[in-house]
Design a protein around this ligand. Sequence first.
Ligand code: GLV
Ligand code: MN
Ligand code: MN
Length: 424
Amino acid sequence: MVLPTTAVTINKRRLLRDLNAVSRIGIGDHGSVTRLVFSIKELRSRQFLIHLIRQAGLQIHIDRIGNIFGRLNGVHAKAPAVLAGSHLDTVLHGGKFDGTMGVIGALEAVRTLKEQKVALRSPVEVVCFVGEESSRFGYSTLGSSLVAGEVHGADLSNAADAQGTKLEDILSSLGIYRSNLRSMRRDPTSIKAYLELHIEQGPILEAKKKPIGVVTSIAAPTRFRVIFTGQADHSGTTPMEMRKDALVAASELIVAVEKICRRYSRMEKGRVVGTVGAMKIEPGVINAIPGKAELSVDIRSITSPAKNRVVRLVQAKLREIARRRRVGMEILPIREENPVPLDKRLVHLLKECCEVKGIAYEVMPSGAGHDAMQMAKITPSGMLFIPSRRGISHSPLEWSDPEDICLGTQLLLDAIVRVANEKI
Ligand code: GLV
Ligand code: MN
Ligand code: MN
């Protein structure tokens, strides 16, 4: 066995080749990628990863939801493992890198460690979590939440896709019921730490001309659906003052979400952001007053008090709009989470990994959600970012420089070796 050393280098060509190969699964117009959770394309991407893990000669384990773990044993086979990974599912018409880079980067790191026979005290595992994105069901970080024991039956009630398929029905088809949710939890004593490499999905690193971000905390969302119920009626015969238009009520809410969040958007006010990203109107035709409007609200912040204050203000405004417009209103909670601090020792270690190689880095919070926010609840967790061109993600325009991808993956490998071999 060779000694562990930061001179162990990844195979850049293989990394970029496999990243490209995954990106072609679900490719669409303008280079967009769509792999919604539990779609054929998403399943195919997981199948491909299984093939790559087998090819690398790692031990494979797939849990009931479909989370994939590829393991390389260390000197102490029973010691807690260092996990590294992310997700392969994407948003609708998303990009090539969100999640995928973290999975393929972790795979590249682990297979390099195996190939080069690097001595590791702890086992290491590349992991692909199912369903990190909330685009299909409104429910995010599904696979990692199950692993962390953080899925609660009541949260699932309102999780359904645009066609009305309930997440709970899919889960039960996989043998996961409210009664056995907890059995999906992985024993925290079997994990030493979790590391995730990801694109920044924001403009900071590019603006500061730094190739690496070391993440300190992850903003968390409160999400709910709102249903306004008015009266569908003839658009030609119903006088303006007699209408109960659900869509006009919804429009007022959309503007209110923006207005309220803007008041709390500065860093010192809690960096709150709020989005209405989806809406369904009924009957949705040109000659009828909308009788029903259903919309999604996603409010996020890096501090709980600021987020909770904004949620209260938005919901109060919601009630006021419904009263004044004499329309029915229902709030269907989806999920409420607290911002998550990442492990301070890992922040320090990741900074050191950059410093050893003379790499400039930025210490920063994450505005986007990640599997690390669930894993942090059961094990010390750390994250590395690489720059996103023009800060764009969840879009076909998402792009990260191959050089940054290789650098981030190399630093991930360096960090895995240190975490596996050192006391943290
Ligand atoms: C995940 O990409 C999120 O919605 O934050
Ligand atoms: Mn995403
Ligand atoms: Mn992601």
